[in-house]
Design a binder for this molecule. Structure first.
Ligand SMILES: [Zn+2]
Length: 165
């Protein structure tokens, strides 16, 4: 039997002991969706005072508005009660501080094989990328103008969100 996840499954049993979301239909109670980075320093609910059940969260390296993020946002807006969208890249993000080549080299060294064929979507200018991403959300024909879309840079050293116009 696979024991690789025993510690986590044990924790899950404790979690389920006080499970409060049974029967919940999975809308975003607070009407909020967040697109942010996979970075472990980010608590996407806690940073804006929300709790499980309140928001739709979509994460990827860099917190980019990818085609998959747009799919999620369209569903969130039309089916899951979302009327405010926050796009939140962050300071000291690996996706914005390394070059594509550097990441390929580091992954290649870890993998013990060539990784130059793998793209990582590195960002050279975070603010410019954020502008583009906000525009992608606004411009999507299936996301109505009534939906508010905001771009913010999260500071992983202070916990503060800075609006980016
Ligand atoms: Zn990041």
């Amino acid at each position: 039997m696979n024991t690789d996840f025993d510690d986590l499954l044990e924790a899950n049993r404790h979690y389920a002991d006080n499970f409060a979301l049974a029967g919940f239909d999975g809308v975003a109670r607070a009407g909020v969706a967040v697109v942010t980075c996979m970075d472990s320093r980010i608590d996407p609910l806690g940073m804006i005072g929300l709790e499980p059940g309140d928001a739709k969260i979509f994460r990827n390296p860099g917190g980019r508005v990818t085609p998959q993020a747009l799919e999620a946002l369209i569903l969130a807006v039309h089916l899951l009660n979302v009327d405010r969208i926050l796009v939140i890249p962050h300071t000291r993000c690996a996706m914005a501080s390394a070059t594509e080549h550097e990441l390929q080299e580091r992954v290649g060294a870890s993998a013990g094989q060539d990784a130059s064929w793998q793209s990582f979507g590195v960002v050279t200018d975070q603010r410019e990328a954020l502008h583009d991403d906000i525009h992608k959300v606004h411009a999507h024909p299936l996301i109505p103008d009534t939906v508010k879309v905001g771009g913010f840079l999260y500071d992983v050293d202070t916990g503060l969100l800075q609006p980016v116009d």
